[in-house]
Design a protein around this ligand. Structure first.
Ligand SMILES: *[C@@H]1O[C@H](CO)[C@@H](O)[C@H](O)[C@H]1NC(C)=O
Ligand SMILES: *[C@@H]1O[C@H](CO)[C@@H](O)[C@H](O)[C@H]1NC(C)=O
Ligand SMILES: *[C@@H]1O[C@H](CO)[C@@H](O)[C@H](O)[C@H]1NC(C)=O
Length: 425
């Protein structure tokens, strides 16, 4: 016990026990987050009549003993122990970074403790040195930039949202997208990160523009005179510009007979329709042109509308079937009430002009029927509700079913009896 106390006292008073000034001179590096308060420790034993001085970056004297030389009130001294000469810096700023020295100059030696302060600053993206949302032409080379500050210097990582999943791209201040394609349209995100949270983000929207192109699904149509017809072209381009129909060098405007209508599917795809109420010869039949224009170019598609010539029954030979028009209505049960499609097939010899597809209703459904190839599942509605039947003798008593392990009453009586007997004994 006694030896223990002696040992502890000896250990405690070992430094400077010979009366010399002693200082913990191990140099240290101290990380501080900007805005925080930090304490720079300095421990001195046997100070005697000597003075502890604190120097800041650039060897500026901050404290001479307890006397504050610096006018900056963020700096102070604390003495939690008699030997402590700790320097406190409140609300640390980036400018506080550097070498701090705690020093004691005795008659025989100079003791110094070096504390290197590193101020950490969370990353910040500077809008002034970063890219804005932009529209670029397909095939061009695009460089996106994110300028960030922070300490330590932040690293920058790039992502793009692909099918609502972030896809990682390059790292670095710049992201180069050479020969950009329309598929690369999207929101690009740069993330700046260092050891300090929070990270910083910037979203840059890149729209890739391109000249329109036209897809014609049904290049040729046939119809009888006086009947209605629908012509359709699909325009793919960005941005969508002016779309119109032309016939015999005349732009078709909406009138009693013609109704041009656009059905945008999304930002890049537009279905253009021409509804003709009555196809009358000679102008009604022939080649119709669908034209799509945007600032990057023009595309032209064409649809030919042929007349169905119903030849009078001229049966020259008995073997040749008369040209009859059979109407096949393909009304699928899975299809909704958007309208049924009528397929006019005209067998016979000579083969009359080809098949046409028309819709019966004069009122156009809100969406073009071509795109009603919906992903919706067919709903099978049966007028018969499923009926659950239980066979005779298999009726389930819900009460008993739930409590299947319960003891039948005769058993219960026997058990009760046994217990009574046992109790009496
Ligand atoms: C750009 O990309 C397209 C297809 O994505 C390719 O056909 C073309 O050759 C490329 N151009 C250059 C200059 O690499
Ligand atoms: C636009 O719609 C068309 C047809 O539904 C589709 O093929 C295309 O991928 C879509 N484009 C965009 C950018 O969503
Ligand atoms: C109609 O378009 C096709 C290509 O889709 C083209 O080959 C044809 O020459 C065009 N016809 C007319 C009359 O412009």
């Amino acid at each position: 016990m006694l030896t223990g106390i002696i040992l502890i006292s000896w250990l405690c008073f070992l430094p400077g026990s010979n009366g010399e000034v002693w200082m913990d001179t191990t140099p240290i590096k101290q990380m501080v987050k900007a805005g925080d308060t930090t304490v720079l420790a300095c421990s001195v034993e046997n100070l005697g009549r000597n003075v502890v001085r604190w120097f800041g970056p650039g060897h500026a004297l901050l404290f001479n003993g307890d006397y504050a030389v610096t006018p900056d009130r963020r700096f102070s001294l604390t003495h939690p122990y008699i030997s402590s000469w700790n320097l406190v810096i409140k609300n640390v700023k980036t400018g506080d970074e550097g070498l701090y020295i705690c020093q004691v100059q005795s008659s025989t030696e100079t003791l110094t403790k070096k504390v290197t302060v590193e101020v950490q600053v969370a990353p910040r993206i500077l809008p002034s040195s970063s890219s804005e949302d932009q529209q670029v032409l397909e095939g061009s080379d695009v460089t996106l930039v994110c300028g960030a500050t922070g300490s330590p210097t932040p690293k920058i990582m790039w992502h793009v949202l692909k099918d609502s999943e972030p896809k990682q791209l390059d790292t670095g201040e710049q992201l180069v997208l050479s020969n950009i394609s329309r598929e690369e349209t999207g929101v690009y995100t740069c993330t700046a990160f260092n050891a300090v949270i929070p990270q910083a983000y910037r979203h840059i929207k890149v729209d890739v523009e391109y000249a329109p192109s036209i897809i014609v699904k049904t290049q040729e149509l046939s119809q009888e005179r006086g009947k209605l017809a629908y012509l359709e072209c699909t325009v793919v381009g960005f941005p969508q510009g002016r779309n119109y129909w032309k016939k015999d060098n005349r732009i078709l405007v909406r009138d009693w007979n013609y109704e041009p209508l656009d059905y945008p599917l999304n930002a890049t795809t537009n279905v253009m329709n021409l509804h003709i109420k009555q196809v009358e010869p000679p102008q009604g039949f022939g080649v119709y042109y669908c034209v799509a224009e945007n600032k990057h170019g023009t595309a032209v598609g064409n649809v030919t509308l042929n007349e169905i010539t119903t030849t009078t029954t001229t049966t020259t030979t008995t073997t040749t079937p008369a040209p009859t028009t059979t109407i096949t209505t393909t009304t699928s049960t899975t299809q909704s009430t958007t309208g049924s499609t009528i397929r006019l097939s005209t067998p016979g010899s000579p083969q009359p002009s080809t098949v046409s597809t028309t819709s019966i209703s004069s009122q156009r459904p809100p969406t073009p029927p071509v795109h009603t190839l919906s992903t919706a599942r067919p709903v099978i509605t049966s007028p018969y509700k499923p009926v659950v039947t239980t066979g005779p003798g298999y009726e389930i008593d819900p009460g008993n079913q739930e409590n299947g392990a319960s003891i039948p009453s005769p058993c219960r009586a026997i058990i009760l009896l046994v217990f009574t007997v046992l109790f009496m004994i």
